[in-house]
Ligand binder design. Structure first.
Ligand code: HEM
Length: 370
């Protein structure tokens, strides 16, 4: 889609789409300005408003974010490195000489990590994968029926997840453990404990926001490594380059291509008047390839620096899980290149892209390797 997004950025940088009843914003500077300004561009939208961090505005956002940040600092996350490496090695050693990257490696890795972090049995992870798939699925077309169908599926899944996490909370209430769920149950904001609903919503958010995105980061990394196979040799020889490689994958094939907001006031963006209450979609996938910000934007440069992509968003909602996603991406590719050489896409198989207007990734990616 990136060719189309770049074309739209050039031809209609800020436009209103009658069909979808929303604004689309493509240039880097405009996307940046919108994400930077939560007062003018609110995240509280639809039925999800104020139900979890992602859809909250200040001051509530600030309080909850402060609280959960502690579990996600780069330092806290770095401690997970040895365990993530073990999981990655385990998955690769089970793979043999051929695997489906998504099914065998990129999907299970983040699901196991997040279930261990939350403290839920990783034997439940197959449910997690199904649940997180439904949460990020988009309608197949723009019809009301398709939309209705998706919403019903999502509501059902959120109901199942709520029941599931309520069960976990009950267990922890009688027997706290050294995990994130227990920590959240003990935490307080201004002397008040979080409600059961708030904790459950946060757990659901971690699954929804963290799994599919990290899966796609890993799958998209494989995609580049097979599209430009010399990268496999270069990174294997110099693993120190892997962090800038991962940043460039994030820019070039961002797992999240668009982020939504609602205008809180009438406001001018790129010469257009956006009215209070209008939906605004910022296209990170277009901004990341804006030539006014990135030289040679359609080329993949493993050493690109600086690389101010907005694939983790920007401003107060900047991805809470970014240190974890970066670490998982890094370890996945490092482990891969340590044990596997000559990774090739299996020819002649159909590769199925994920049907979504905000996620960029693949449903399958069969490879062989030595
Ligand atoms: C927020 C992308 C991995 C948890 C966001 C946002 C983006 C994003 C674009 C901002 C949304 C907005 O402004 O409305 C990604 C990508 C990932 C990734 C590309 C992987 C490569 C993770 C992981 C976790 C996570 C692993 C947790 C385990 C969150 C949370 C928020 C968030 C909780 C909401 C933060 C807030 O509203 O303050 N992510 N994410 N993400 N992400 Fe991630």
């Amino acid at each position: 889609p990136f060719g189309v997004l770049s074309q739209l950025r050039r031809e209609s940088p800020v436009r209103f789409d009658e069909n979808r009843n929303c604004w689309d914003v493509f240039p880097y500077e405009d996307v940046h300005r919108i994400l930077k300004d939560p007062k003018m561009f609110s995240s509280a939208r639809g039925a999800a408003a104020n139900q979890n961090l992602l859809f909250m505005d200040p001051p509530k956002h600030h309080q909850l974010r402060d609280l959960v940040n502690k579990a996600f600092t780069p330092r806290a996350i770095q401690e997970l490195a040895p365990r993530i490496r073990d999981i990655a090695e385990d998955l690769l050693s089970q793979a043999g000489a051929e695997m489906d990257v998504v099914h065998d490696f990129a999907a299970p890795l983040p699901v196991i990590v997040i279930s261990e972090l939350l403290g839920v049995p990783s034997s439940d992870r197959h449910h997690f994968k199904q649940w997180s798939d439904v949460l990020v699925e988009s309608a197949e077309d723009l019809s009301d029926e398709a939309f209705e169908q998706i919403m019903q599926k999502r509501m059902k899944t959120v109901g199942e997840l709520t029941d599931y996490f309520q069960g976990i909370l009950k267990e922890r209430a009688s027997e706290p453990k050294d995990d994130l769920v227990s920590a959240l149950m003990q935490a307080e904001i201004e002397g008040e404990k979080l409600s059961e609903q708030e904790i459950v919503n946060f757990c659901i958010l971690l699954l929804a926001a963290g799994n599919e995105t990290t899966t796609n980061l890993i799958t998209n990394s494989f995609r580049i490594l097979t599209e430009q196979p010399q990268l496999q040799v270069e990174l294997a020889q110099d693993p120190g380059v892997i962090p800038t490689f991962i940043e460039e994958v994030l820019r070039y094939y961002p797992p999240i291509v668009s982020i939504g907001r609602v205008a809180s006031e009438d406001v001018q963006i790129g010469g257009s008047l956006i009215r209070k209450g209008d939906q605004v979609i910022t296209w990170v996938g277009a901004a990341n390839r804006d030539e006014s910000k990135f030289t040679d934007p359609d080329a993949f440069h493993k050493l690109r620096k600086p690389n101010p992509h907005m694939s983790f968003g920007f401003g107060i909602h900047f991805c809470l899980g970014a240190p974890l996603a970066r670490l998982e991406g890094h370890i996945a590719i490092e482990t891969l290149l340590q044990f596997c050489h000559d990774i090739k896409l299996v020819p002649g198989r159909e590769i199925v892209p994920i049907q979504s207007s905000f996620v960029f990734g693949l449903k399958n990616y069969p490879v062989t390797f030595e």
